[in-house]
Design a protein around this ligand. Structure first.
Ligand code: SF4
Length: 329
């Protein structure tokens, strides 16, 4: 049993890397149709410090070699097949059969998420071209393995390498991975109410930054939780947590949280300190400074004035500073 979250930042105690699945070519494995790889150095060199990767190449594991004839989805949106481009070999059934076995195998890995290779008819999570017999391709497909994976693990955060170049999507995905890892660390058996309360308390403002209505519903669930069997309570809480983390934050939502936190200091900080903080929040609102700037000052005041509740809030340290997130948000 791992320790429940304590008053200090949980990241300081996180000694296990976060395990995620990933398309093997993104790690630099030479498994592409042309014998090459698609290494993404942000993933391998930066995220790799915190994540443990479980590499998967559906096409190689399905029995195709590298190099090989490349594949594409052919047909229409409702009915399409995975075909080799030149020889016209239909790999739909072998891929579906393999994907079924693979998701069963991956269920034992306790993954916290997945990064797919974009644009692949096997791994792509969205907007994969489907080529009709005549006319233009429609970008409405999903890779065969990606679809099966997302059906099997609807609660896991997923992204692709292309979308991870968007700072907001990147921030949201990485924040979700860290939050889910913290949740996994406290939600295994024995499922104790005290662990759930501690987790919820420390993640309250993070949840609030995503959605106020769900924040209230989760608070009610925890408050009334004693009347439910622990298994059901933890399951319902996890479903809400995953859902809320998937809703994007916004400048206004973050400002609401920042102002809420400012209220904790009203008896402590000087008029100048308060004005400095309000000025930074305003600069964040107008886009002059990124979110990390007012968050850093609040962190400083929380330490200076011994605000232990705020110090423990994961909103103030949702992921390691070295990832340089929130510099764009
Ligand atoms: S996109 Fe998927 S199937 Fe294609 S090489 Fe990468 S891991 Fe393999």
């Amino acid at each position: 049993m791992k320790r429940p979250p304590g008053p200090e930042t949980e990241l300081q105690h996180m000694n296990e890397k976060i395990k995620i699945g990933i398309s093997a070519c993104l790690l630099g494995h030479p498994v592409r149709w042309d014998g090459e790889n698609k290494e993404d150095r942000f993933i391998t060199r930066t995220l790799g410090n915190y994540l443990e990767f479980v590499p998967v190449c559906p096409e190689m594991e399905c029995g195709m070699g590298s190099p090989r004839d490349s594949l594409q989805l052919q047909g229409d949106v409702e009915n399409h097949r995975l075909m080799t481009r030149k020889a016209g070999i239909d790999y739909t059934e072998p891929m579906e059969k393999w994907a079924e076995q693979k998701v069963t195998e991956l269920a034992g890995e306790n993954l916290c998420g997945y990064i797919f290779k974009s644009k692949s008819p096997s791994c792509g999570m969205e907007r994969i071209p489907i080529y009709p017999e005549k006319g233009r391709a429609e970008k409405k497909g999903v890779g065969i393995f990606a679809r099966r994976f997302m059906e099997a693990f609807p609660r896991l955060p997923v992204e692709d390498d292309g979308r991870l170049h968007d700072p907001k999507l990147r921030e949201n995905f990485i924040e979700s991975l860290f939050a889910l890892k913290r949740w996994r660390d406290i939600s295994g058996p024995p499922q104790k109410m005290s662990h759930l309360i501690a987790f919820h308390t420390e993640n309250k403002l993070l949840i609030l930054s995503h959605d106020q209505k769900i924040y209230r519903e989760m608070g009610k669930l925890v408050a009334d939780g004693g009347s439910l069997p622990a298994k059901d309570l933890f399951d319902q809480y996890e479903a809400m947590l995953v859902h809320v983390l998937g809703l994007h934050t916004s400048i206004q939502k973050n400002i609401n949280v920042l102002m809420h936190m400012t209220g904790f200091f009203k008896k402590d900080i000087t008029a100048e300190e308060k004005q400095e903080l309000l000025d930074l929040i305003e600069k964040y609102r107008t886009g002059t400074v990124p979110l990390i700037v007012p968050v850093t000052l609040i962190n400083h005041y929380a330490r200076k004035y011994g605000q232990t509740y705020l110090q423990a809030q994961t909103y103030l340290h949702p992921h390691p500073v070295s990832l340089k997130l929130r510099n764009h948000a």
